[in-house]
Design a binder for this molecule. Structure first.
Ligand code: PLP
Length: 361
């Protein structure tokens, strides 16, 4: 097995991978492959229930929130969030642009209707985030949207953005379930799978039920958040496989890891180790994100020269590592340290980095 530092399909925990492999052959509960299970079967209804229960209990989330499983990825939510919530009864929604993904979310909102930019980090090259008190938000806005972890630039908000009285909506695609979360500070949280939640195909959304009441009538059913909430995320055929693996991951987080506080300690230690090693290299490497906004999930850096970055990728590949290329929009290198990346894998990466720096400095 390669040590997978990919930012897209995060590695699966080894135990979950083994359970998934077995389930593809035959589920222990039904004797049928998970790939052949009906979305109307009792077995799958139980899985949907359990996925929701486990997410609620990991986050300590009350019944004030609906937990729903959507499709179309976070990109569809970039469109459906304003379609559902940017209603004329409120001032236009406001968007924090702190990197590639929040810029995409904001651009999409602009196609749906009027919106306002609450903060834009483009001028400074997306190396920092707004200070928490720096946002000037209209208190009558429909909502304030931001991305909690910018996957490409490696920037992460340490705490929820403060905007008292304003509904807060966050795309947490790349740090959901990586640490405890004051979920009830938000009106809506969404996160696609393919990072900490398993294979792509499902997007988890937590929505304050009060916000659901603001949705205008006449929306196409499939785009109206109330539809999947009312149908227990089973209005049309859901991605059974992705939701099954997500459920296995929530069990792993609870039983093997011991919950989100324990997961956070592991993730903090992994990130601290890698940043320390990169810092020790001094001028040899540049870490894209400035302190104190450095992400615990995605570490974007470069040796400052495309040939050197390429040479490092080759050295890492020779040591059995993959997924370290930077995103095509930023280039350079990126190590993603999602939940399933083990401390040993990070240690191996650190050793390879140190050796490489000694040889090439
Ligand atoms: N938001 C963030 C923070 C992401 O990292 C990504 C993809 O990596 C997306 C949104 C886009 O998600 P999707 O491909 O599910 O549309």
């Amino acid at each position: 097995n390669t040590l997978n530092f990919s930012a897209g399909p995060g590695a699966l925990p080894a135990t979950v991978l083994a359970q998934t492999r077995d389930a593809i052959v035959a589920l222990p509960e039904t004797g049928v492959s998970v790939l052949g299970m009906s979305h109307r079967s009792e077995w799958f209804l139980d899985i949907l229930d359990e996925a929701e229960r486990n997410i609620r209990s990991l986050l300590g989330l009350s019944d004030r929130y609906a937990v729903t499983f959507l499709q179309g990825g976070s990109s569809l939510l970039f469109a459906t969030v304003p379609m559902n919530f940017a209603t004329p009864a409120f001032a236009p929604p406001e968007y924090v642009i702190s990197g590639y993904w929040s810029a995409r979310a904001s651009a999409e909102a602009g196609r749906v209707g009027e919106h306002r930019i609450a903060w834009d980090g483009q001028r400074t090259g997306f190396r920092e985030l707004p200070a928490l008190g720096q946002l000037d938000v209209d208190p009558r806005t429909a909502y304030l949207h931001y991305v909690s972890n910018e996957t490409i630039e490696g920037l992460q908000f340490a705490a929820p953005v403060a905007a008292p009285g304003v509904p807060l909506i966050a795309d947490m695609s790349s740090d959901f379930l990586s640490k405890p979360l004051a979920a009830e500070r938000f009106s809506m949280i969404y996160a696609h799978a393919q990072k900490n939640l398993g294979p792509a195909g499902v997007t988890v959304a937590l929505i304050d039920r009060e916000l659901l009441e603001r949705i205008p009538g006449g929306m196409p059913h499939i785009l109206d958040f109330r539809t999947q909430v009312a149908h227990g995320s089973n209005y049309n055929t859901p991605p059974v496989f992705a939701i099954y693996v997500l459920t296995l991951i929530t069990r792993w987080l609870r039983d093997d890891i011991g919950g989100l506080a324990a997961m956070q300690r592991i993730n903090e230690a992994k990130a601290a180790r890698l940043y320390d090693v990169l810092e020790e290299m001094g001028d040899v490497v540049t870490i894209h994100a400035k302190q104190p906004w450095r992400s615990r999930m995605n570490v974007a850096f470069t040796f400052g020269d495309a040939r050197l970055d390429r040479a490092f990728l080759d050295a890492a590949k020779a040591r059995g590592m993959s997924g370290l290329e930077g995103h095509r929009s930023l280039r350079g290198l990126r190590a993603s340290l999602y939940n399933a990346v083990t401390p040993d894998a990070v240690e191996a990466l650190c050793e390879t980095l140190t050796e490489f720096a000694l040889q090439h400095a």
